[in-house]
Design a protein around this ligand. Structure first.
Ligand code: OSB
Ligand code: MG
Length: 369
């Protein structure tokens, strides 16, 4: 496919409620939308980076630089076979996976339009419907957190994940378990701890958590292996897994028993499929992580999560869990079973990009043609 034009649109969309993690309190989603024009069709991708390099080494400023100066010139006015060939073409760019993934995702979207097939069909998806969980930020008080848990349990979310950080962990878990002894519960530390906290994680074994997500540093699968040996609760790696190769090493070292796949963090949908397949061979379940994405990214995640080894509840909440306004028609909403129907050619589920919503949120647009 010949690439005729690329737009990079910076948008900002406020969160309905601040979302606090161990590394920052988010108040708005700052994102880049990628539009690739090719032979009369348009493919959309969403860059999942944040406003600052607090979770990933990249942020929207570095992504803009890399996309503008290295990725766009690699494809503009050229013939691209598809997402895989694009990834080979830009392999000279080291790291910068979120930037690469945003274009890769847009090329997948173009491929669905060219071939008139759903993303599910193109990647060999299996499930028609996927289960979703909710990820809850750190709240100022325990009663405020309990209120949030009650609200989302009421909406049917299949798993409750609590963000934790040093000093906001065991006490919170005790209270939550006292009120909700049986719910499927997980915690996400976002790399907030070190092996010096090993006793704390041993103490968490009594709370019957489905998993502990990314307790230690993102570049430390060795210490995660030590920790996993010392506790019964499965460790789920998120930040540490940035490629099929890091996944292979983590599995060889027994650093985790579960992997959270975020296609952006791993450089795109193609690499995510490889990680999925590797985990499946090793009987390691995966689930689809979230980056509080806007509709374009959220919708692509639904299709990724249709692969057979995506067996645990996903961080693909209804859009209204984060936003009052979103950029797809319809906006992503869960069924009465708190699931999402995976769009395919036959079920009539279809999401279109809402350009007027993008215009409402736009702070800047760069056009390359
Ligand atoms: O670690 O999974 C994470 C949000 C921002 C950055 C990192 C993470 C998260 C979430 C929310 O946990 C996931 C979502 O619902 O999109
Ligand atoms: Mg996480």
């Amino acid at each position: 496919m010949r690439i005729d034009r690329v737009d990079i649109i910076r948008v900002k969309n406020p969160f309905v409620h601040p979302f606090e993690t161990s590394f920052v309190k988010f108040v708005e989603r700052d994102a880049l939308i990628i539009k690739i024009y090719s032979e009369g069709l348009i493919g959309y991708g969403e860059c999942k980076a944040f406003h600052a390099p607090l979770y990933n080494p990249e942020d929207n400023g570095t992504c803009l630089h890399v996309i503008r100066n290295f990725l766009v010139p690699s494809i503009l006015h050229q013939d691209i076979e598809g997402p895989a060939e694009y990834m080979e073409r830009v392999s000279f760019v080291i790291g910068n996976r979120l930037a690469k993934a945003s274009i890769e995702n847009a090329l997948w979207d173009l491929k669905t339009k060219r071939e008139e097939k759903s993303l599910k069909t193109l990647i060999g998806g299996f499930y028609n419907e996927v289960k979703v969980g909710v990820s809850l930020g750190i709240e100022p008080t325990i009663p405020a957190l309990l209120n949030k848990i009650e609200k989302y349990l009421g909406e049917g979310y299949h798993r409750t994940k609590l963000k934790i950080k040093p000093g906001k962990d065991i006490e919170i878990l005790k209270e939550v378990r006292r009120h909700y002894p049986d719910i499927t519960l997980t915690v996400d530390a976002n790399s907030g701890y070190t092996l010096a906290d090993i006793e704390l994680f041993k103490a968490m074994d009594e709370f019957n958590l489905e998993y502990i997500e990314q307790p230690l540093a993102e570049d430390d699968i060795v210490d995660h292996a030590v920790l996993q040996k010392a506790i019964r609760t499965p460790i789920c790696l998120d930040e540490s897994i940035v490629s099929v190769d890091t996944a292979r090493k983590a599995l060889e070292l027994n650093s985790c028993k579960i992997i959270n796949i975020k296609s952006s963090r791993c450089g795109g949908i193609g690499e995510s499929i490889k990680i999925h397949d590797l985990c499946m061979q090793h009987n390691v379940p995966v689930w689809c992580g979230g980056m509080t994405e806007l509709g374009i990214g959220r919708v692509q995640n639904i299709s990724l999560a249709s692969l057979p080894n995506f067996t645990l509840a996903h961080d693909i909440a209804a859009s209204n869990r984060y936003f009052a306004d979103d950029i797809t028609t319809p906006v992503v909403n869960t069924t009465e079973r708190c699931t999402l129907i995976v769009p395919d050619e036959t079920n009539g589920v279809r999401y279109e990009v809402d350009e007027t919503a993008i215009d409402r949120m736009m702070v800047n647009r760069e056009i390359f043609r």
